[in-house]
Design a protein around this ligand. Structure first.
Ligand SMILES: [Zn+2]
Length: 71
């Protein structure tokens, strides 16, 4: 194992026997997973046509109106 492995969470050197490889600790691993999940969650909530059909249709209608008024 390379001696210069760094934790992707905090950038600190990683212990060779860390049980949470590639993270230096459970905390860093959880934070990284949490960030990933939260980003996915935020993106899906911003625009989710499967669960927000009405919002999706409204967005289509408003963009169509803008296109017509633009002429
Ligand atoms: Zn770390």
């Amino acid at each position: 194992m390379p001696a210069d492995s760094l934790c992707p969470g905090c950038g600190k050197a990683l212990a060779e026997d860390a049980e949470t490889v590639p993270f230096c600790s459970v905390r860093c691993r959880d934070v990284d997973l949490g960030n990933w999940f939260f980003e996915r969650y935020r993106v899906s909530r911003l625009f989710d046509p499967e669960n927000d059909q009405e919002e999706f249709q409204a967005a289509l209608d408003s963009s169509a109106e803008e296109a017509q008024e633009g002429g």
